[in-house]
Design a binder for this molecule. Structure first.
Ligand code: SF4
Length: 377
């Protein structure tokens, strides 16, 4: 069995106002080198037989030099057996990349680049605290293509403070002109404790009205479809054959191993997380201490709710019949009954169910949170 491998890089040049990820601004070069060395030790002490996807995520992995990233990927290759055609992604921010960096990353074997664009509106980029300018997005994508990347994802966010429908349309049109293979679009979520949350609370900015956000979503869906993108997951579109195999591992609730500060793993029904703070993580590695911060075993009940929610995020939905077959016999009837009650509680126009496969309708995708809340209840 192959698993997916995630490596976390908890560093950014500056923190964006909406971000609540495990990442730190203002780290020193010497600390980043210490982290790189700790991560190499973590990789060496975790070798599994086969890996189908590798994902360098963050934070901003490309805040580390491309030669360090190549060294880390080399270490992964020495300690894990990578499947043929293994998808190897590196997340990057425009403005942290040169043509030479991109060439080095491509040579090292990274074959997918995922760039955090978020918006092409200069005012919004400034408001969000992003480090890049609009022009750097175009430049970085052009360099990435020239360097040899043939699988590029661009991340966008909508529903931003002060964002209009017109600004969103300009951003999407600009991104489409770059012809990426994959586009991820997330509706903004406001997390407590972020500068965005405080700013909204103090009235510094305001969010677009709900019907304006719905218009953004509708416009996006219609236009991406028109341009040949497949809406294969609630927030993700791709050209045929370019779905993100790494993220599909999460949506299928398949096993994955996370290395680095705060990284989460899911193996044999156990989910566990490594120490979150990067200096504490380094210290634990250097002292040969345990790297785990928490662990939980998923109950059957928790597991089926998760499988349903994650599966329904995908266009293909969940094969309920097959899923029930995998459940131990003594629980099957009970679960079948619970599923029936659940399905009856969801408005009919939100899903399609043919007796074996359950999937969200187009309307259901727009109101997916409503369905997920019912599953959790
Ligand atoms: S670049 Fe990404 S990870 Fe870094 S602060 Fe901004 S949103 Fe967070």
């Amino acid at each position: 069995m192959s698993l997916s491998l995630y490596l976390h890089f908890p560093f950014c040049r500056r923190r964006c106002i909406y971000c609540d990820f495990n990442t730190y601004a203002g780290s020193k070069l010497i600390e980043r080198e210490r982290y790189k060395n700790a991560l190499l030790v973590d990789i060496r002490s975790n070798n599994f037989a086969r890996v189908s996807t590798v994902y360098f995520g963050g934070g901003t992995p490309t805040f580390l030099s491309s030669s360090w990233l190549a060294e880390i990927l080399g270490c992964v290759r020495q300690n894990f057996s990578l499947d043929d055609g293994c998808e190897i992604t590196v997340e990057a921010n425009p403005g942290t990349l040169s043509l030479q960096d991109l060439e080095r990353l491509c040579e090292a074997g990274f074959n997918r680049l995922s760039m955090g664009v978020q918006s092409l509106d200069p005012e919004l980029l400034k408001r969000l605290g992003r480090i890049h300018r609009r022009q750097e997005v175009f430049q970085s994508v052009e360099w990435a293509k020239r360097a040899g990347f043939k699988n590029i994802n661009l991340d966008l966010i909508y529903g931003l403070p002060g964002q209009s429908l017109i600004s969103w349309q300009k951003t999407v049109r600009g991104v489409l002109s770059l012809e990426p293979q994959h586009i991820s679009c997330y509706a903004l979520t406001v997390e407590e404790g972020t500068p965005l949350f405080d700013g909204l609370d103090k009235g510094l900015w305001s969010l677009p009205a709900e019907d304006e956000v719905i218009k953004m979503e509708h416009w996006l869906n219609a236009n991406l479809r028109k341009c040949g993108y497949e809406h294969y997951e609630i927030s993700n579109w791709c050209k045929p054959g370019y779905s993100c195999r790494h993220n599909l591992t999460y949506w299928k609730n398949s096993p994955y191993l996370g290395l680095g500060a705060g990284a989460v793993s899911y193996i044999n029904g156990w989910r566990y997380g490594r120490i979150k703070g990067y200096l504490d993580y380094c210290q634990a590695v250097e002292n040969g201490a345990s790297l785990y911060d928490w662990a939980e075993r998923l109950s059957l009940d928790g597991r089926w709710r998760e499988d349903l929610i994650l599966g329904l995020r995908r266009k293909t939905g969940v094969n309920v019949k097959r899923w029930l077959k995998r459940v131990p016999g003594q629980f099957r009837d009970n679960l079948r009954e619970t599923f029936k009650i659940l399905i009856e509680s969801i408005p009919r126009e939100l899903y399609h169910f043919d007796g074996s496969r359950l999937r969200l309708s187009r309307r259901g995708r727009e109101l997916s949170n409503e369905v997920f809340v019912r599953i959790l209840e």
